[in-house]
Ligand binder design. Structure first.
Ligand SMILES: Cc1cc2nc3c(=O)[nH]c(=O)nc-3n(C[C@H](O)[C@H](O)[C@H](O)COP(=O)(O)OP(=O)(O)OC[C@H]3O[C@@H](n4cnc5c(N)ncnc54)[C@H](O)[C@@H]3O)c2cc1C
Ligand code: SF4
Ligand code: SF4
Length: 636
């Protein structure tokens, strides 16, 4: 039980865990501490750190940061970079890709914000991903094949991540992909200048090298029927994403020069969009619409001024391109006001640095077409979003923005041709509590086709669905997913991994008597930590370049940290919810009841142990534990 309040974000940190007067208890339960002894002794309680709680891929972030910072040592003959890579990829086989394009919701959650700033998780992840590409680390093939076969429909990140997780478990996997190449939106949606092709290709190939069968140019529902899959495979995983852009139901929106954002970007990534016309109106406000505007600017001319207002040096190509398209104007409109637009701040800044005009609080009314039915402008009215989230037209003049091309980036839906029996009525597939397709035994689903979100979300679904499929293939009933459905560290695995052979036999404990794992039920927040332990240490920033600069000079948009920087940044992690090995509990225990476990029995999370015969229940160890790993619980 935590008695008292820690000084935190609002009042500034202090080394005091309690305020004056907080030792005066008025409840009976708290009385038991007054005598200086109690029936409660420390229990080591593992909880999900806030970062992992917000990582949609469910990565054991604390675990792989522990490797990078040198707390969790690699086995003999393995570099720490490879050890970190193996720990990270238990959940997510795309660390390099994540390092470039994941918007990192984990960092939003990171408890270190209560000290000074979040841990640069995404930057360290990018370092690990790059090290793996350079080191050519591969995934191991399974030691035993189960003989079971799973059909995976869709070769985007959800399908690929599912293949990876299922191959780890020894199941045969066949990916069916309707397009010529694997990668899904990662290859055909996100503009190709956002992720280095060597990283995308390397991370896909590594999965295929585990022994995954692939059929490209094969559309399930058209080339192969669902019943054929039922006949030939033991289970099916649907990961078909959302390939069609929504077009709004307004007059003129079906003009030939009105397109969906997805289709526009697909053409660009296929190399079929050499140039774009002069005036482009993009309707959206989310990340896809920003990608459309920046691609339009890449293809057209721009002023040659970077984000800091300095002139750019053009390459010969850029000079030609800029000259050819002089007069180009790109306007982005959003129904939300500018300060509430869904696109991330970084993306918006990029669009601005390319002189994209961004207008908020405008709803499209109609597309104005000329006598030939070609769009020449879009009419808008001012609007705001009511309390129920619906947009409402407000007082104010209508405006018309001239356009040679109109791009709608207002949402996506799945192409369910031939798959109508799976359609939930909203051009999507619904998932049950074990990620099963409702009403279709042996079929599972994950990724954008459930609801469009992030790459990391699709990867998280894939890992969870693979666990359900594995259970089914082992003859069990797939269980409802836990409340905190993440790829948690298991202390028992740590104990087994670190076990030393005695007389040639590996014996290892897999049980720790005063330990409890609440990772699937509880996320640990900053107010459960002893923040006074941590020194203020500024975050190390990556070098990021503005798109305008990138287009003119080439290279990468986000530069990885150096090795020294990655280690330093990882050391800022506070190991929320798991032992940090700081020795505080041992040093401060007045009874010398806490001691280190023998080195040959040590594992992350099993570093100290308490002698309950000496413990008087003073709870000092709980108070001084920076990681919030100790809780007064059972005992005597
Ligand atoms: C423009 C854009 C930018 C984005 N930017 C980011 C970003 O920066 N960061 C981020 O985290 N997320 C981003 N996202 C979201 C991210 O791309 C998706 O969440 C992710 O790709 C979903 O993966 P998926 O595997 O579910 O689907 P997809 O990536 O769409 O893959 C589905 C695959 O299934 C194939 N397929 C479809 N139907 C069939 C069929 N019947 N038979 C066989 N194959 C089929 C498709 O061809 C495709 O290859 C972006 C999305 C878009 C559109
Ligand atoms: S995948 Fe995204 S959310 Fe998860 S750890 Fe990486 S950056 Fe954070
Ligand atoms: S301090 Fe470390 S463990 Fe805690 S939330 Fe941040 S990254 Fe995660």
């Amino acid at each position: 039980m935590t008695v008292g309040k820690q000084q935190g974000e609002t009042t500034g940190r202090t080394f005091r865990r309690y305020q004056d007067g907080e030792a005066e208890f008025d409840s009976f339960q708290e009385q038991i501490f007054k005598a200086g002894w109690s029936h409660k002794c420390p229990v080591y309680v593992q909880r999900t750190p806030a970062c992992q709680g917000q990582c949609p891929a469910g990565e054991d972030i604390r675990g792989w940061l522990d490797v990078v910072r040198g707390l969790d040592k690699p086995p003999t003959g393995v570099t720490w970079q490879e050890h970190a890579f193996r720990r990270l990829t238990r959940a997510n086989p795309f660390p390099g890709v994540m390092g470039y394009v994941c918007p990192a919701p984990c960092e939003e959650g990171c408890n270190r914000r209560a000290v000074e700033d979040f841990v640069g998780i995404n930057a360290v992840e990018q370092f690990v991903g790059e090290a793996a590409i350079k080191g050519q680390y591969g995934f191991k093939k399974p030691e035993k094949e189960t003989g079971k076969r799973v059909a995976i429909i869709g070769g985007g990140v959800a399908g690929l991540a599912a293949a990876y997780q299922l191959r780890l478990r020894g199941h045969g996997c066949t990916i069916f992909e309707s397009r010529a190449e694997l990668g899904g939106m990662l290859r055909y949606g996100l503009p190709n200048y956002r992720t280095p092709p060597a990283v995308v290709q390397g991370e896909i190939q590594r999965i295929l090298d585990m022994g995954v069968e692939v059929h490209t140019n094969t559309r399930i529902g058209v080339d192969i029927k669902i019943d054929d899959l039922d006949r030939d495979f033991d289970a099916v995983f649907w990961a078909i994403g959302t390939q069609n852009g929504r077009i709004p139901n307004i007059p003129g929106a079906n003009a030939p020069n009105c397109v969906g954002g997805i289709e526009f970007l697909r053409q660009f990534n296929d190399g079929k969009l050499p140039s774009v016309p002069g005036r482009i109106v993009v309707i959206g406000g989310g990340d896809t619409s920003i990608d459309v505007t920046t691609v339009a600017r890449k293809l057209g001319g721009f002023s040659g001024i970077d984000g800091e207002g300095k002139p750019l040096t053009y390459t010969a190509d850029m000079v030609t391109s800029a000259a050819a398209h002089s007069g180009q104007k790109v306007t982005l409109t959003s129904t939300l006001p500018l300060d509430r637009m869904r696109a991330s701040a970084r993306e918006v800044a990029d669009a601005r640095s390319l002189e994209v005009e961004i207008l908020g609080g405008l709803m499209p009314l109609s597309v104005t077409c000329n006598a030939k039915g070609v769009a020449v402008g879009v009419r808008f009215a001012p609007c705001h979003h009511g309390a129920d989230g619906h947009r409402v037209r407000i007082e104010g003049d209508e405006i018309e923005i001239p356009a040679d091309l109109v791009v709608f980036a207002i949402g996506q839906y799945a192409d369910m041709t031939g798959l109508e029996s799976l359609d939930n009525g909203r051009q999507a597939i619904s998932a049950g509590p074990a990620l099963e397709v409702i009403g279709r035994p042996r079929h599972f689903v994950g990724g954008d086709v459930i609801a469009p979100h992030l790459l990391a979300t699709a990867i998280g679904h894939a890992a969870a669905a693979a666990e359900s499929i594995d259970a089914l293939l082992r003859g069990e009933t797939p269980a409802r997913r836990p409340r905190i459905d993440k790829r948690h560290y298991d202390i028992r695995e740590g104990l087994v991994e670190n076990a030393k052979p005695v007389n040639g036999v590996v014996t290892s404990r897999t049980f720790v008597h005063n330990f409890e794992n609440r990772s699937t039920q509880e996320v640990i927040k900053a107010d459960s930590l002893f923040l006074g332990h941590f020194e203020t240490t500024p975050r190390i920033h990556r070098e990021e370049r503005r798109l305008a600069d990138l287009f003119a000079r080439g290279g990468e948009r986000i530069m990885p940290l150096t090795e020294e920087q990655a280690v330093k940044e990882a050391k800022r992690c506070m190991s929320c919810g798991l032992c940090l090995e700081c020795d505080n509990c041992m040093v401060f225990c007045p009874q010398a009841a806490v001691s280190k476990v023998p080195r040959d029995q040590h594992a992350i999370g099993y570093y100290v142990t308490t002698d309950y015969k000496r413990c008087i229940g003073c709870h000092i160890c709980q108070d001084v534990c920076p990681a919030g790993y100790i809780q007064m619980g059972l005992g005597e």
